[in-house]
Design a binder for this molecule. Structure first.
Ligand SMILES: N[C@@H](CCC(=O)N[C@@H](CS)C(=O)NCC(=O)O)C(=O)O
Length: 205
């Protein structure tokens, strides 16, 4: 049995969508980060990094969206969420690493500036750069990484569950997704998938 620790509207959406897409047998445990629940001892015992998502598995807890996505895909091979060849799998890892370590972090500078700077002025400077940085990320994804209709081509994969976060980040940062036709089409296509829609509704999206 799997248990996903998540907060509504957070980046846990990606792992949540994949669990639903593969038809996993899983439970959910909401961690309302807006009330500081992720800093309570009960959750720190699950994830000492105080972040969602976290996935309780029979072998222990996994954190970080890319790791959770790969685990869920690998344990549900019938769903075909990983590409076939080692090279394509590495391409999927590269895209997910970019979303995790570059694009999500760029977005986090909007509300989480206190991680990096102590003064109001520095935090405001960082927040003011978020839209520009996300637009740069989108241009790169659009030009070099999204093959279409799904991230890696015809097959829906782990990357597509992660890319479901991009419209949220852009909306909150005031970046118009319609400037990026492949990302817009991807967002529209996600809304045609019953599993993704179910999870988005849970997250209030
Ligand atoms: N690299 C992590 C990022 C997780 C993360 O930053 N989650 C946010 C929600 S989107 C969080 O828990 N924030 C709580 C905080 O920063 O205090 C992943 O991809 O799983």
């Amino acid at each position: 049995m799997l248990t996903l620790y998540y907060a509504k509207g957070s980046s846990a959406l990606a792992s949540h969508i994949l669990l639903e897409e593969v038809g996993a047998d899983y439970a959910v445990h909401e961690v309302p980060i807006q009330h500081g629940a992720h800093k309570e001892p009960a959750f720190l015992a699950v994830n000492p990094k105080a972040r969602v998502p976290a996935l309780q598995t029979p072998e222990g807890v996994l954190t970080e969206n890319p790791a959770i996505l790969n685990y869920v895909a690998a344990t549900h091979p019938q769903a075909g969420m990983l590409p076939d060849t080692p090279f394509q799998r590495a391409q999927a890892d590269a895209l997910n690493a970019y979303l995790c370590a570059t694009m999500h972090v760029a977005f986090a500078h909007k509300l989480r500036g206190a991680r990096w700077a102590d003064t109001e002025e520095a935090r405001a400077d960082m927040a003011n750069k978020v839209a520009e940085n996300l637009a740069d990320c989108c241009a790169l994804l659009e030009e070099h990484y999204i093959k279409g209709p799904w991230a890696l081509g015809d097959q829906f994969t782990v990357c597509d569950a992660y890319l479901a976060l991009v419209p949220l980040w852009l909306g909150k940062a005031g970046v118009d997704i319609s400037a990026y036709p492949k990302l817009q089409a991807h967002s529209d296509a996600m809304k045609q998938r019953p599993a993704a829609l179910t999870v988005m509704a849970i997250h209030g999206i």
